[in-house]
Design a protein. Sequence first.
Length: 300
Amino acid sequence: MACAQTILTQELAEELALIDVNPDKLRGEMLDLQHAAAFLQRATISASTDYAASAGSDVCIITAGARQREGETRLDLTARNAALYRKIVPELVRHSPGAVLLVVSNPVDVLAWATWQLAGSVLPATRVIGSGTNLDTARLRFLLAEQMGANARDVQAYVLGEHGDSSVPVWSTVSVAGRILREEWGPSSSAELEELHRGVVESAYEVIRLKGYTSWAIGYSTASIVRNILRDQRRICPVSVMAKGFHGIEEEVFLSLPVQLGRNGVVSVVNAPLSEEEAAKLRGSAKTLWNVQQQLKLLD
């Protein structure tokens, strides 16, 4: 619900349809948002268990996902979430064939690929996007800004690749208020950089440990992507897209790359300069994801 709330408060949509399998909770969430109408721009908020209520959407955001059970492997969790997507994606595509599908559920990269597969020939890969490392990037910018006494908006830094533990911070291009980080910190900064990346990776786990789940940051991250699409801003976001052909990646996988987003989804992928080490890490992530995908048997 953080995604819906943030989209409404940032005045990004005039119509918002909530779809869920739990009718009572769904109606409760809808009423709670509707009761805030006096504090928001004019927006029509509806809710249903029927996907027909979402017909004609410009953007469909998928946040549904099973929670990981104790002792459950990542592959098992992925398989359970992919099973949910087998029910969700065809319905969304049937009712909104012109939409951009934005995947937020985890593991986001594999599920973005699954969404593209399940959409069949209706949606090109350019209209399937995963939230990817957009939030990882924001976390890195925050940590760098805190350490250097700067504003996070003045930090130019990207985290690419797979969302989560094996994400790839692109240290070779990081700058803060125009200052190149590598030049500022010198060649002995590797340990500090590794510590910063560890902070990015562990920040989500810390939030989950303290409050049980993450919500607000991913809500704002999602809203920033939606704004880019609906307003055709064509700004660069690190989001999960079809990565085959970039930086030597040979597999059909979705990974986060710097992407220019517009009204119809992906406008272009920026083939950003990476060090060989950074590119090798991306290729390693691609092979790992490809192996997971081969075990899903998605379209059986």
